[in-house]
Write a protein of this length. Sequence first.
Length: 65
Amino acid sequence: MAIDARTLAILACPLCKGKLVWLAETKELVCRADKLAYPVVNDIPMLLSSAARELTNDELDNLPS
């Protein structure tokens, strides 16, 4: 699955309402501000804080810009 630019433009972090970054290799939507990665399961973004995982500083540093 790939999230197109139009869909990504309307998706937002449920906590801070910030922009999300799509990581195709891990199938996650990442919020840099909250340091969270939300999984995409069966082409459906799981934008629940309980489903998110915390990112390490190393993972944040390696995110595409």
